[in-house]
Design a protein around this ligand. Structure first.
Ligand code: NAD
Length: 260
C-alpha cells in the first residue's frame, strides 16, 4: 500500500517509534529513522529494515530539541528519497515531579522534545506535502493529551498542546490531500515506562511485577499493556485510503483509561 512513499519517524530507535517504523516499512514505505542510542544497534535496525522489507532505510541523528537540526533532517530526507510523505512525530521524554519541585530545565526539555519539535517538523515538511497534494502527519500524543495525572506537568502540557497542533494542521491542510491525526496511547511497555515502574518498585519496596500491576490498575480498566506494534498498525491505517477523510482526530488506544 505504501510502496514508493517515504516516512520519517522521530524517536524511532526504540519503543513505539521503532515499532511504527517497522509497521510502515512492512507496508512498503521507505524509512528515515531518528533518535539516540548505540551506533551499532541503530545500524543493525536500519539494515534489518532494508533486508526484511525490501525498502530503503536511512538514519538521522538529529536532536529534536534543536530546530536547526530538525530543519536539516527534513531537508536531508527530501533530498535522499525525493519526498517526505508520512511524518510521525513520536520522540518524547518524561520527567516526574510535583510542580513545585519540577526543575525549569526539565520543563524546557520536555516542551522542546515532546511539543515544539512537532511544530518544527511540520513547519518544514508541509510545503513539500502541499506541493505533491499528499501527506499523512501522525502525532503520538498520549492519554495525557486528554486527561491529567499528578507529577507530570510538562508532559501533560506538551501532550495537550500536540493535540492542539494536530487540529490546527488538519484544518489548515484540509484541502491539500493532507491529513493530521493524533494517537493517544495508554500504558505501553517501553523503556520510557519501564523507568517509571522501576522508580515505583524502588520507592514502595514492591516487586517489579507488583509495581507493574499497581501502575496499570491505577489508570486503566484493562490491566494489560498496549503493544508498540498495535500503535504501528493504527499508524498504517491512518495512512491508508480508507482513512483519507479522517483528520484532526485523536485516537485513544488506552485499555479504557479515558473512558472513565
Ligand atoms: P522510548 O523511550 O522507548 O523512545 C523514545 C524515543 O525518542 C527514542 O528513540 C529516543 O532516542 C528518542 N528521543 C528522545 N529524546 C530525543 C531527542 N532529543 N531527539 C531525538 N530523539 C529523541 O519511549 P516510548 O515509550 O516509545 O515513547 C514514544 C512516544 O510515545 C513518546 O512521545 C511518548 O510520550 C509516547 N507515549 C508513550 C507511552 C508509553 O506508555 N510508553 C504512552 C503514551 C504516549
Amino acid at each position: 500500500m505504501l510502496k514508493g512513499k517515504t516516512a520519517l519517524v522521530t524517536g524511532s530507535t526504540s519503543g513505539i517509534g521503532l515499532a511504527t517504523a517497522r509497521a510502515l516499512a512492512a507496508d512498503g514505505a521507505n524509512i528515515m529513522l531518528n533518535g539516540f542510542g548505540d551506533k551499532d544497534a541503530i545500524e543493525k535496525e536500519r539494515a534489518a529494515l532494508e533486508k526484511e522489507f525490501g525498502i530503503k532505510a536511512r538514519y538521522s541523528p538529529a536532536d529534536m530539541s534543536k530546530p536547526a537540526e530538525i530543519a536539516a533532517m527534513i531537508a536531508a530526507t527530501e533530498k535522499e528519497f525525493g519526498a517526505l510523505d508520512i511524518l510521525v512525530n513520536n520522540a518524547g521524554i518524561q520527567h516526574v515531579a510535583s510542580i513545585e519541585d519540577f526543575p525549569t530545565e526539565k520543563w524546557d526539555a520536555v516542551i522542546a522534545i515532546n511539543l515544539s519539535s512537532a511544530f518544527h517538523t511540520i513547519h518544514a515538511a508541509i510545503p513539500g506535502m502541499k506541493k505533491r497534494k499528499w501527506g499523512r502527519i501522525i502525532n503520538i500524543a498520549s492519554a495525557h493529551g486528554l486527561v491529567a495525572s499528578a507529577q507530570k506537568v510538562a508532559y501533560v502540557a506538551a501532550k495537550h498542546g500536540i493535540i492542539g497542533i494536530t487540529k490546527v494542521v488538519a484544518v489548515e491542510a484540509a484541502n491539500d490531500g493532507i491529513t493530521c491525526n493524533a494517537i493517544c496511547p495508554g500504558w505501553v511497555l517501553t523503556p520510557l515506562v519501564q523507568k517509571q515502574i522501576d522508580a515505583r518498585a524502588q520507592a514502595s519496596g514492591q516487586s517489579p511485577r507488583d509495581a507493574e500491576i499497581a501502575l496499570l490498575s491505577e489508570k486503566q480498566p484493562m490491566h494489560s499493556f498496549t503493544k508498540p506494534e498495535s500503535i504501528g498498525a493504527l499508524a498504517v491505517f491512518l495512512c491508508s485510503d480508507g482513512a483519507a477523510t479522517i483528520t484532526g482526530s485523536s485516537y485513544s488506544i488506552d485499555g479504557g483509561w479515558t473512558a472513565q
